[in-house]
Design a protein around this ligand. Structure first.
Ligand SMILES: Cc1ncc(COP(=O)(O)O)c(C=O)c1O
Length: 390
């Protein structure tokens, strides 16, 4: 046990009292409208990053605002112990939207929490203590989610992981047989890796994982926290690739700015749930549920899946220009491969009032724009890239 003295000395306290753990963009934001962010000094910045893939409807979407306001006036909070129609409606809507045979929903507050519950459920149901994850994966920063996050040893912090973990190379079907065994509780995979650089796993590899899970009775978890809820131009990447997991986790775009996550389970998983297996105070709160409904309604009624597919095509057609040599990913989870470090391109674009993201791959610039982005915005990006040295 370290003494108090060993824990000191602390660095000088942060001036704004916030933990100094995030690299900061050199801009401040005061408001947002649709795909535009505004700074205190009057700049309008095109947001192609969406706050880490969250702002699916852009900013100030009328349906999102109205749902939040209406629900706040009706009743802002009651826990899962109190049945509420808005919670049942949100679960039904999410299941219908997914068009997948995953018919049971557990609402939580974040992506990591959804993964934590999926992994725990897999270990409990199978009675096994081994999990397989994929190199480059990011699944969150809680104990189990971080254990399956590739490279987390640098910041993990816990004395041990809750289960044994094997990482397999991306898209290497031959490596699956040795890694996924009858000791394996679950395989967790992002069908399109986000932090890993908008790297799509492809239908063939995901089908090979599905087959090996079936052979070994391991459960397959799709982490669609970043790539789900329409971001690929399909409800979920599972729909796009035609591979059905046993559990699917999602968050980010699901609330489009309001914190909410969900774990979707197949009937053969849900059948094992007992009273008190899962729990949360805030998860499934009425504000979150009202927003989930509004987000799904907006995606459907505004034709946003079609928009994502069409405008994504425009990025592929117009944006291999200047320092960009290729484009990977799906829909609005795109990785622009850059000849120079992506960080440099990101900084140059921000000087031209375009906000983008980087990734775990230093030569991939990541785009995670709102689903409301239009062709004219892509043309602004293409023009800005064309000004940069090739
Ligand atoms: C694929 C994926 N899973 C899980 C998480 C963790 O989500 P949260 O930050 O909401 O806990 C993230 C966050 O970036 C993610 O991209």
């Amino acid at each position: 046990m370290p003494t108090a003295a060993a824990l000191a000395p602390l660095p000088a306290p942060a001036r704004d009292h916030l933990a100094q753990v995030f690299a900061q963009y050199p801009i401040e934001v005061v408001d947002g409208r649709d795909v535009w962010l505004h700074t205190p000094d009057g700049r309008s910045i095109l947001d192609l990053y969406g706050g880490h893939a969250v702002a699916a409807l852009g900013y100030g979407h009328p349906r999102w605002l109205a749902a939040l306001e209406r629900q706040a006036r009706e009743v802002a909070f009651q826990s899962n112990a109190v049945p509420m129609e808005v919670r049942r409606r949100a679960a039904r809507k999410l299941v219908e939207f997914s068009a997948l045979p995953l018919d049971t929903v557990f609402f939580v507050n974040s992506g990591a929490e959804a993964n934590e519950n999926a992994l725990r459920t897999a270990c409990r149901i199978t009675g096994r203590g081994h999990v397989v994850a994929v190199e480059g994966a990011f699944h969150g920063r809680t104990a189990a989610a971080a254990a399956v996050t590739h490279g987390s040893a640098a910041w993990y912090g816990y004395p041990r992981t809750p289960f044994d973990v094997t990482f397999v190379p991306r898209r290497d079907a031959a490596a699956l047989a040795g890694a996924i065994t009858t000791d394996t509780a679950a395989v967790i995979v992002e069908p399109v890796q986000g932090v890993g650089g908008a790297f799509d796993m492809g239908a063939e590899y995901l089908s090979a994982i599905r087959r090996r899970c079936d052979e070994t009775c391991a459960l397959l978890i799709f982490d669609e926290v970043q790539c789900g809820v329409g971001r690929t131009g399909h409800p979920f990447a599972a729909n796009l690739y035609g591979v059905v997991p046993d559990m699917l986790t999602t968050a980010k775009a699901l609330g489009a700015g309001f914190p909410v996550g969900a774990l979707l389970m197949a009937p053969h998983v849900a059948a094992h749930l007992r009273m008190n297996d899962l729990g949360t105070t805030f998860g499934g709160g009425p504000l979150a549920c009202a927003v989930v409904e509004a987000v799904i309604d907006a995606i459907r009624q505004d034709g946003l899946l079609e928009n994502v597919r069409r405008v994504s095509e425009r990025v592929r057609e117009r944006c291999i220009v200047g320092p960009v040599t290729g484009i990977q990913g799906e829909g609005f989870l795109l990785g622009l491969r850059t000849r120079v470090p992506a960080k440099q391109v990101q900084a140059a674009l921000l000087e031209r009032d375009i906000l983008t993201g980087t990734s775990g791959d230093p030569s991939i610039l990541r785009l995670l724009p709102p689903f409301t982005l239009r062709e004219e915005h892509v043309d602004l990006l293409a023009a800005a890239l064309a000004e940069l040295p090739a």
